[in-house]
Design a protein around this ligand. Structure first.
Ligand code: SF4
Ligand code: SF4
Length: 307
């Protein structure tokens, strides 16, 4: 193993750039998650009704409808054609995520993300084995199953068990039974499956991933020639399989992470002390020389690291 891979994850970046810069996208994501949550809480908690509704469907300033397109699709296959306003809201949200990256929803908006990030932190601290790791396509099968059940039962099936809606509505209207689902996701990720919920099962993430398959905003391993195999990016990435093709590509291979599984969380940018990664757009054609692998050992992606 490379000597640097023995250091705690991100330590070198903190020493080199300072704590704030080495956590900038993590901090921005938490602020973004808090911002979207606060918008919905302003009304019920403080009587300021800039936004009415919740993540499933809302109206901002009385004119801007925003609807979860996954709920809209379930409603349509269930045989319930949405009202025009809800349909317009779904189109607006779908177009936005199709442009900026579908799974931006997962890492910058979804209120379950801090829960699963905390679960991952606890999982690493407890030194748990990675546990059950279903195939990457599993969440697509869950997505197909949800749509099939919606069609067969005439209901918006996922909403009966969706921990995102439960947590969001729970925070707005009172938690009640909703805690059970949120705690279940947390415990599942800590004890049964590393990064299990968001990384393997959640059909909402699968849906948004498909939505953003051709999105513009991308992370690029533009400076991959400087990589020293510290492995920090693999340790923090919730979808570590997306990094290898970009980082370890040959000269001429694109350094841009094109997998729709990438959540654009930016943690790889934060923790890389060699400044390998940066946000860019999918058509960025700046040449990115490959790494000189003869000068390096080749550690195994996914090797356990101290967080
Ligand atoms: S890209 Fe950066 S964080 Fe990832 S292994 Fe290379 S030096 Fe480490
Ligand atoms: S590749 Fe980087 S931006 Fe994409 S999910 Fe992994 S850590 Fe986040």
């Amino acid at each position: 193993m490379n000597d640097k891979a023995r250091l705690p994850v991100g330590q070198e970046a903190v020493e080199k750039f300072g704590w704030l810069r080495a956590h900038r996208f993590l901090i921005l994501r938490r602020l973004s998650q808090l911002f979207f949550l606060s918008l919905f809480l302003l009304g019920p908690w403080f009587g300021i009704w800039w936004v009415k509704g919740n993540l499933s469907g809302s109206l901002t300033f009385g004119i801007l409808p925003l609807t979860d397109p996954f709920i809209t699709v379930q409603s349509m296959v269930a045989g319930h054609w949405p009202e025009l306003t809800a349909l317009i809201g779904a189109v607006i949200v779908a177009v936005a995520y199709a442009l900026i990256g579908g799974r931006v929803y997962c890492s910058w908006v979804c209120p379950i993300n801090p829960v699963t990030d905390a679960a991952h932190w606890a999982h690493e601290k407890l030194g748990m084995q990675k546990g059950w790791q279903p195939k990457r396509g599993t969440r697509l099968w869950v997505l197909a199953m949800v749509l099939a059940v919606s069609a067969l039962t005439g209901t918006i099936a996922w909403e009966f068990v969706n921990p995102i809606s439960m947590l969001h509505r729970g925070l707005i209207f009172g938690m009640g039974f909703a805690w059970t689902f949120v705690v279940a996701v947390f415990l599942f990720d800590v004890f049964l499956s590393r990064r299990g919920w968001c990384g393997h099962l959640c059909p909402v993430g699968a849906f948004y991933g498909l939505l953003g398959a051709k999105s513009l905003l991308r992370v690029s391993a533009a400076n991959r020639a400087a990589c020293d195999d510290c492995m920090d990016c693999f340790a923090v990435c919730p979808e570590m399989h997306v990094i290898t093709p970009a980082l370890r590509g040959k000269d001429g291979d694109t350094p841009i992470i094109l997998s729709h599984d990438c959540t654009n969380c930016g943690r790889c940018i934060d923790v890389c002390a060699m400044d390998v990664f940066a946000f860019t757009h999918r058509f960025d054609a700046t040449p990115a020389p490959a790494r000189d692998d003869r000068a390096r050992s080749k550690p195994t992606p996914g090797a356990s690291r101290a967080a």
